[in-house]
Design a protein around this ligand. Structure first.
Ligand SMILES: *[C@@H]1O[C@H](CO)[C@@H](O)[C@H](O)[C@H]1NC(C)=O
Ligand SMILES: *[C@@H]1O[C@H](CO)[C@@H](O)[C@H](O)[C@H]1NC(C)=O
Ligand SMILES: [Zn+2]
Length: 547
């Protein structure tokens, strides 16, 4: 047990705080919450063991005002504690100025209860304000538990940020406790405002950041790519905030992915809106005593996404870009997306991915040349750091995994850079090679005119084959240049450079007149497209990587 003297040495409490601490303890607040509501911002005060802090606080509230005053200023009191100052204003000034006589301002009921509630049995009670978070989950034991959960997940990280999620009803209990001490606090000039109170979360982090850091051997920072989340629930008092629904129906709107409308944000908003009078009428002040402490949720880890970009070639005419599923059944064995991401997922030990690319090709279309830019967002990667050499090895692994695709320029990029891939996509050009069939027999001279067509404007109604997933529209597109190589009487090879988003197949066969003009009209013959290759996608991102 600490002596009063030692206690005062550690705690930055003033005599004017004594009635506030006394009222808080009497109401069933824990020692740390008592400090919070006195707006004590000294972090070390929270970090000392709970037992030490509790004994110091009890010594503090039990101390005679005169001895407190004496110990504090080092001077003998000029007035005895029983000597009543002449008026309230005088008393306040006295209390603020020297601390003397401040104790006599304590609210009588708090005084009366203090004797009962400073006993050891009161100490073992679960705090009415933090529901035990700052009593039972702010020590080395809990820090070890958190650290064990993190270690078990085998993440690679060199710092972390600790985040805490608290039961929503804590905001209601916090407000109730604030109303209890508000007048007292203001009169004493201790806190100016509710905002000056130290938040449960803040106190929790002051204590736990250091302990978790010690256990894991990395700094716990305010910001990090790696987030460790701890959370608490308290089913016993879940319904504490339900009365707010009647005072602010707008605050509680059902949202997707939310189990309850009583989210912490919504409760905070409703508490801000409700009048003090209504609150006091609808919720006990101080809050009721809980029978149980809160329960810790499983510790969750999350690493921010890593983005990997590159360009891919597709050499197969039976490989879709993304898994092809019709009525829940797979139509093709694999996909570009799966072939590229499989090695990435296992190397980054990622929980999932998000694949995007600059446009896409049909299943029967190859992508040649330097390939099509793509980016993969790797979600919650357990490993995030790779050297350039390791990324090159990954690229090789993808190359070797299948003959159907190849990848180049593989690199780790920022989230922002991925935006470049989609920027001005419409204005970009794409080059294609196509094998064309003509119904009318042709000679070399019959396709000579094609190379003279420049900047051909065409209008494309949404193709019949995509009408089920795209709205009906007429899109103007430009075919910049074309060249043709004669093959035989019914076949020639056509190269096209077009504005991105041009439907090449429809330009060739006309799509029942939905694309105008089309190659049939130009050739004065039915024409069809037998094979199509993307030769280049002119998006200059991601930057080329030297091999
Ligand atoms: C995938 O990316 C798109 C946009 O690029 C984004 O809207 C979506 O939220 C992402 N999905 C996930 C699971 O991150
Ligand atoms: C993968 O294939 C591409 C395309 O053929 C090639 O440019 C690249 O050098 C290959 N990379 C590795 C590491 O094998
Ligand atoms: Zn507490």
């Amino acid at each position: 047990m600490h002596s009063t003297g030692q206690g005062r040495g550690m705690l930055p409490l003033k005599v004017k705080d004594r009635p506030i601490v006394r009222a808080l303890l009497a109401a069933g607040c824990c020692a740390r919450c008592a400090l919070r509501f006195c707006c004590v911002g000294l972090q070390s005060a929270y970090r000392q063991s709970y037992e030490d802090l509790a004994s110091e606080l009890h010594a503090f509230v039990s101390a005679e005002p005169s001895s407190m005053e004496h110990g504090k200023s080092g001077d003998a009191p000029e007035k005895g504690p029983t000597e009543r100052p002449p008026c309230k204003k005088m008393r306040l000034e006295t209390a603020q100025g020297s601390g003397e006589g401040g104790d006599t301002e304590g609210i009588p009921e708090a005084h009366a209860d203090a004797d009962v509630d400073t006993t050891a049995t009161a100490e073992s009670k679960v705090c009415v304000a933090c529901l035990g978070v700052l009593q039972y989950f702010c020590d080395k034991t809990y820090a070890k538990k958190v650290a064990e959960a993190v270690t078990a997940e085998r993440y690679q990280f060199d710092s972390l940020v600790l985040s805490v999620s608290l039961p929503a009803q804590l905001s209601v209990r916090e407000h109730s406790t604030w109303l209890l001490v508000k007048k007292l606090v203001r009169d004493k000039g201790a806190c100016q405002d509710k905002d000056d109170i130290i938040q449960v979360k803040e106190a929790f982090k002051w204590i736990m950041n250091g302990l978790v850091s010690q256990e894991l051997g990395v700094p716990v920072l305010a910001k990090s790519l790696f987030e460790v989340s701890v959370g608490f629930t308290h089913p016993e008092t879940d319904e504490d905030c339900h009365f707010l629904a009647t005072t602010c129906s707008d605050c509680f709107k059902p949202a997707r992915n939310k189990l309850s409308v009583f989210t912490r944000m919504a409760v905070v908003k409703a508490v801000e809106k409700i009048s003090e009078e209504n609150f006091r009428r609808l919720f006990p002040c101080p809050p009721t005593h809980p029978a149980t402490r809160c329960a810790a949720l499983a510790t969750q880890c999350l690493h921010v996404s890593v983005f990997v970009a590159g360009r891919y070639n597709k050499f197969s005419r039976t490989l879709p870009q993304t898994p092809w599923v019709i009525d829940g059944e797979r139509r093709m064995e694999s996909s570009v997306e799966e072939l590229i991401t499989a090695p990435l997922l296992s190397s980054f030990r990622s929980e999932g991915f998000n694949f995007s690319s600059s446009g896409r090709e049909d299943v029967d279309v190859r992508t040649l040349g330097k390939g099509r830019p793509f980016a993969v967002e790797l979600l919650n990667p357990h490993r995030a750091q790779f050297s350039k050499e390791e990324v090159r090895e990954l690229q090789e692994a993808i190359n070797k995994s299948s003959d159907k695709i190849r990848v180049r320029d593989l690199q780790i990029v920022t989230r922002e850079a991925v935006g470049h891939m989609k920027e001005g996509e419409e204005e970009k050009t794409k080059s294609y090679g196509a094998l064309i069939w003509t119904q009318r027999p042709i000679e070399k001279d019959d396709i000579e005119f094609i190379k003279d067509i420049k900047e051909l404007k065409i209008a494309q109604k949404t193709p019949l084959r995509v009408l089920h997933r795209r709205p009906l529209a007429v899109r103007p597109r430009i075919i910049h240049t074309m060249t043709a190589q004669f093959l035989d009487a019914h076949h020639f090879h056509l190269n096209l450079r077009t504005q991105a988003g041009t439907y090449i197949k429809e330009f060739v066969h006309g799509d029942f007149g939905r694309t105008k003009p089309n190659l049939c009209e130009l050739m004065k013959s039915d024409t069809d497209i037998l094979e199509l290759d993307v030769e280049s996608v002119d998006v200059d991102w991601p930057p080329a990587i030297e091999d």
